[in-house]
Design a protein. Structure first.
Length: 78
């Protein structure tokens, strides 16, 4: 499998989750856990966040897990 975007080049196929593989293979316009699907949620100032990736846009963002809104800037960069 050949990947063109930064996110997709940084992981070997063996480390990708099935959800991540499918999203990338279908060029899905959906936000999925970054780092091959292995990114884990974290808390910042009492808010739960997940670093995410959108294969169709080849963009990263931060999903506010309380509001279900993705933002480009990290939560600590205000």
């Amino acid at each position: 499998m050949v990947y063109s975007g930064m996110e997709r080049r940084t992981r070997g196929d063996a480390n990708l989750t099935e959800e991540y593989r499918n999203a990338v293979a279908n060029d899905a316009d959906a936000w999925i856990a970054a780092c091959g699907g292995l990114e884990t949620p974290f808390s910042h100032c009492g808010v739960d966040w997940l670093y995410v990736y959108n294969p169709a846009r080849d963009e990263h963002g931060y999903l506010n897990m309380n509001t279900d809104i993705v933002q480009e800037a990290s939560p600590w960069d205000k």
